[in-house]
Ligand binder design. Sequence first.
Ligand SMILES: NC(=O)c1ccc[n+]([C@@H]2O[C@H](COP(=O)([O-])OP(=O)(O)OC[C@H]3O[C@@H](n4cnc5c(N)ncnc54)[C@H](OP(=O)(O)O)[C@@H]3O)[C@@H](O)[C@H]2O)c1
Length: 268
Amino acid sequence: MKTIVITGASSGIGKSTAELFSKKGWNVAATMRNLEKAAQFKNFSNIRCYPMDVCDIKSVENCIHQVISDFGKIDVLLNNAGVYETSPFEKTTMESVDQLINTNIYGIIHSTKILIPHFRENKSGMIVNISSIAGRATFPFQSVYHLTKWAVEAFSESLRYELENMNIRIKTFSPSSVKTNLWSKLNKHVGDMYPKEYRDNFTNWFSYLQRNIQKGVLPEHEALAIYKAVCDKKNILRYSSDFNTKLATFLHNILPVNMFQRFIRYQI
Ligand SMILES: NC(=O)c1ccc[n+]([C@@H]2O[C@H](COP(=O)([O-])OP(=O)(O)OC[C@H]3O[C@@H](n4cnc5c(N)ncnc54)[C@H](OP(=O)(O)O)[C@@H]3O)[C@@H](O)[C@H]2O)c1
């Protein structure tokens, strides 16, 4: 029986992916900051919950070592935990910048660093990093989120050179727009909060974002796409279930930046 460790499994994509892997017969180590949320998995006998705050390397280390001691071996690490923020950069608080960087970048660095020796000794393993359309293209008013997801993409691409000859595979997965708690703290009255120079553009962006979230898919949809990416034997780095992600990535790759940004402004 294979074992997967999932970070941020308390809700959204992480929770649905934990449930799906469990139904497919995997051992699932569902890690979360708050173990009270473990109760939601009580009907899944092969999901075991562990405390882990991805921002705290000691907590990550304790958790990973406990999972190895419980299951003997880890086959896949799904780095899923993440946070989101949208605001003009000028008005983004340093607290929010720290939270984005600590969770979305350091979170992945901590778990990867701690698991690589185990994978190297086993001469096998897979790390799937949850990225985003925001890691392959750009939109306004989420510059720090972009910073973190572009970092995830570059980190994953570079690591792949190093780990390929040890049979450790690296993949990134960019979800569609998914209806999850990620969006729950978005302020609904943002228009008035910012200096007048930002207001119209931010209001347009914010309603574009909300329209996309409303059209979003359920996390179960992404769980299936992640399962397929994990089981896929092909040597592919980047996976996405989303047409818009593929289109934006393609356009970002081929268009001069002025033209790409004109296209995005037109969409918004
Ligand atoms: N939803 C989308 O449309 C979308 C699109 C592209 C990419 N993504 C990416 O998908 C991933 C999952 O997000 P989601 O949409 O499923 O949102 P979500 O429901 O809010 O899930 C995020 C998870 O991350 C956890 N988390 C946050 N900070 C953490 C920390 N310091 N330590 C451990 N866990 C932490 C949360 O735990 P708590 O319950 O403790 O807060 C939660 O379980 C993220 O990386 C996100 O960037 C989502």
